[in-house]
Design a binder for this molecule. Sequence first.
Ligand SMILES: O=P(O)(O)OC[C@H]1O[C@H](O[C@H]2O[C@H](CO)[C@@H](O)[C@H](O)[C@H]2O)[C@H](O)[C@@H](O)[C@@H]1O
Ligand code: UDP
Ligand code: MG
Length: 722
Amino acid sequence: MPRLLLVSNRLPVTVKVEKDSVAVVRSAGGLATGLRRPHERSGGQWIGWPGDMSRLSESQRTRVEEQFAEQRYVPIHLTASEVSRYYEGYSNRVLWPLCHYMLDRIPRQDRDWEVYRKVNERFADLTAKQYQPGDTIWVHDYQLMLVPGMLRERLPEARIGYFHHIPFPSSEIFRTLPRREALLKGLLGADLIGFHTVSYVRHFSGSLLRQLSLDTDVDSIMWQGRQVRVGAFPMGIDSDSFDSLAKEVSVLEEVASLRRTAEGQRILLGIDRLDYTKGIPRRLLAVQRLLEREPAWRGRLRFIQVAVPSRTQVEAYATYREQVNELVGRINGQYGSVQNVPVHYLYRSFNEKQLAGLYRAADVMLVTPVRDGMNLVAKEFCASRPDEDGVLVLSELAGAADELNKALTVNPYDVESTADAIEQALEMGEHERRERMRALRAQVKAHDVHWWVSHFLGRLQGLPSVSVRDVKGGDEALEVMKSAERLSLMLDYDGTLVGFAPRPELAAPDDALRELLAKLVARPNTTVSVVSGRPKETLESWFGTLPMGLHAEHGLWSRSRPGDAWRMLDGVTAEWKDAARPMLDEFAARVPGSFVEEKSASLAWHYRQVDPEFGALQSRELRLKLAETFARRPVDILPGDKVVEVRPHGVNKGRVVDAVTRQLSPGTLVVAVGDDRTDEDMFAAMPEGGLTIHAGNKPSRATYRVSGPEEVRKLLAALVET
Ligand SMILES: O=P(O)(O)OC[C@H]1O[C@H](O[C@H]2O[C@H](CO)[C@@H](O)[C@H](O)[C@H]2O)[C@H](O)[C@@H](O)[C@@H]1O
Ligand SMILES: O=c1ccn([C@@H]2O[C@H](COP(=O)(O)OP(=O)(O)O)[C@@H](O)[C@H]2O)c(=O)[nH]1
Ligand SMILES: [Mg+2]
């Protein structure tokens, strides 16, 4: 097993100072439990924040640090201001509400970003310092979204995983964040990015497309010459441990005592951190509504709500607490009696054993967050029911709902139907309860936290190793080109020599490009060809006077020198065009912002100005339709950069390579530069020893990669300088 470097905001232990004594307390919770064993077995390090150690005496600190070293914990100490700005500020005032769809809660001023970035940098530095070749790094959660990217800069060949424990919101939400690009790029430093559900994966891919124009191919994204994988890895709990706790004699005694005090009543249970995502007020309202509309239940329900104090320094949590207090008071005031109150509200935390007792005593468990990445409480409840009884009412907006489909699912915003579901749960017959609970338990047991860890790490460690050496950059290409005796350059136009513009006619060459090309053709022993999908009229008007080869419509038309006539490839038919045009026109009419470009023997449907996610969807649809309709016709359908091209079969840029190289003297280095799918034909047709450069971030067979037109121009400029 490779060494694991675990990186999380908190270490799995916290230093607690009470008067004169210091305790290092093990954190409960799924993450700490699940990762403890792999951490021990792999002999690696765990990097994280141990809590505030500033009040420790010299000798106390030494002792604690010795303990850490023994357990291979690497503490990262945060100052009070870092805690308030990195943790409470950016992480919990910005990213937390954002990922939970609560834009109103985000402060208007973006004050804490810089500190968030700096603390992320400290985590990355410390991790890089611990790193040994062959290690696997696993970074956790939204407090550290920049760390994978920062690590990639420091350790280009490391194997890096990242897991996002909270929801990843729809791209419509994520786009509102001023730092959206930086955060996405931060995550893309990883080799594998994990989420709890497929919806979060989809949302993340949507944001990559919208914000960075990156396409996700099933589960992989090309980024800076590397393949980044994404996937859904629903987190589990230590189900065996809850199962055995729930069978312990002392726990069963506690259960019996709880039930005795609730004699004649049914127990409803809620267990949450006191967090505005947990839907506690609406849950209380649902219970209230049930009591209001069904007088028969009055006096017969005991709703135990545990609310664990959390993030108390963040104002929104204090306000929320008030709101919950008030509601509890109102309901108890209205439906309580001298003997009894319906809501037993406990603002404190319990240990796992106590929780197991509560879970096992409950008739109905209410897990109704208004958003939740996963929600482990729902799973712990099931694991704690070896008696196969108890009903789970579960919000459909919790990640857990994807797996726990035998729960009674509710829309937590719909108070009335939540009340219905509670009633249904209370009235459910024993047989149905048992059947549902059995299925829920099987699911929770089969996908426990150990499964989760090995599933994620198995995927990460099974990926082909990142051999960054295979991906060479512009500087390396330049060296090879400079040392060649003779050069033949084949240059694509859009996306390669110039960046994309909203419409084709707006991407005309600028003066700098003209100058550069003029110098290039004047370079000794150098020939240049522009190989483009553009119509010949366009190329002629832009470059007609330059002594270079021009190849239009992917090589259908060619012209060698200024003044030469344009020649068309033989045997090409475009009689299918009349049948294809109405289909493209229909899409242009239906998808606002898109349009059709007509060339002599091809058609292109452009969607650069369309909403990126909708555009991608419609382009797939169009390609499918075209493929179906023209299955037996001599037509190729090509996805380009925000364009679907329909062109005659047999015409492709590879043929230009053949034609050009046939005329070269031996020993000429052939170089092809391009950015999209149509340029891959050029790369595939290269003669032996040819040099291929991809401009951009798409999957490519090219040996060299540069980021885009700007770098292409820099490379060509360097070539003429020598
Ligand atoms: O082979 P290329 O030289 O790269 O040409 C490919 C297509 O380029 C043009 O469209 C692209 O560039 C436009 C201007 O920036 C942009 O508006 C459009 O979204 C891009 O797809 C051209 O219009 C097509 O005919 C070419 O096939
Ligand atoms: O008094 C409590 C209440 C909850 N928990 C634990 O806190 C975790 C809550 O995880 P969940 O995914 O439900 O919500 P989160 O707090 O991560 O949003 C669960 O493992 C609970 O067992 C706890 O240790 N003591
Ligand atoms: Mg191009």
